[in-house]
Structures are given as structure tokens and as C-alpha cells.
Write a protein of this length. Structure first.
Length: 166
């Protein structure tokens, strides 16, 4: 029951979640996703979104703005790294959505493995607010992995607008 819009695939997931995969662009008709909200809430799993182009970003911001206008809550789960980069570059892309969990880059100094690992933003809210990445264990050699980006840059989407520098 896959809904295919251009290069974006939309599938029903668990617990009323909609699973997005592929690329978000001008053919993705993001605005129509809002009609799938249930009881004022839209849950999107973004784990499979690998790319978003500039027109996709424009439509994504329009969707967020419209959701805010309609008082629809958007929960974002498993947000992939390309989307997090957009959140950090353009504040409006996050809108008033709630990021429940997201992927972040880690690297293992012991064996050299690099991996995008999932972080539960609610469980780790306190440490993330302090820009401290959660510890992760290497799936290859079980050593502790190091966060592979600048925390003050990668986690800036979690910092309230009012306390952002500049
Ligand atoms: Zn390792």
C-alpha cells in the first residue's frame, strides 16, 4: 500500500505513524500529508529520507507553517541526518514540530567504523540541552564510539530559539 510521490515513498507504519522514504522534492505533495493527522496529531518517521532538495525544503516549510496554523501537532521520529542538517541551517524547517528521535554520526576510534546511530531525544533531553552526546557502543568491536560532528552545531536545532547565539 505504498503511496509513491515522485521519489518519495509513504507507507503506513506502527501506531498511526507514516513512514517516509526516499527523496523529498517538489513532487512530494507534502501539504497533503496533513490530511492524515489523527486527533490533531501527525506522526512521521523520517528514518528513510536520504535527500531533500531546495524545492522540497520550501514545501516542507509550507507544510510546517500550515500545521501550526491548523494547530496540528507534528511528531518526527527517527529523523535522518540530511533532515537534521536542514533543521540546523533553516530554523523554519523544524517549525513547531516535536523531534522524538533522530540519527547522529558516530565513529569508532578503535576499529574505524562510522555509523549513523539513533538518539532518543526525550530520554536524553537533559544531556542534549547541555550539548553532550549520549554514549554509544560500537556494533563492530563494542568499544565506546565518539560523536563525529560538532555538538554545538549538530544539536543546535534542539536549543530554543530565544537562547540561540546571534
Ligand atoms: Zn569499533
Amino acid at each position: 500500500m505504498t503511496d509513491i510521490r515522485g521519489r518519495l515513498h509513504i507507507d503506513p507504519g506502527a501506531n498511526g505513524t507514516w513512514v517516509l522514504a526516499g527523496s523529498i522534492d517538489e513532487t512530494s505533495q507534502l501539504g497533503e500529508l496533513l490530511a492524515r493527522a489523527q486527533q490533531g496529531r501527525l506522526m512521521l518517521d523520517l528514518g528513510g529520507v536520504q535527500f531533500i532538495n531546495s524545492l522540497g525544503v520550501r514545501d516542507w516549510i509550507r507544510m510546517q507553517t500550515e500545521a501550526t496554523k491548523q494547530h496540528l501537532a507534528i511528531d518526527l521520529l527517527r529523523v535522518s541526518e540530511p533532515i537534521i542538517h536542514q533543521f540546523n541551517m533553516i530554523i523554519a524547517t523544524r517549525g513547531s514540530s516535536h523531534v522524538a528521535s533522530f540519527y547522529a554520526p558516530y565513529a569508532c576510534d578503535a576499529c574505524g567504523r562510522e555509523e549513523s546511530l539513533l538518539i532518543d531525544a526525550d530520554v536524553h533531553a537533559a544531556s542534549l540541552a547541555q550539548l553532550v552526546p549520549p554514549t554509544q557502543t560500537c556494533p563492530e568491536c563494542a568499544a565506546q564510539m565518539a560523536f563525529n560532528d560538532f555538538p554545538e552545531r549538530y544539536f543546535s536545532f534542539l536549543v530554543p530559539d530565544s537562547s540561540r547565539p546571534g
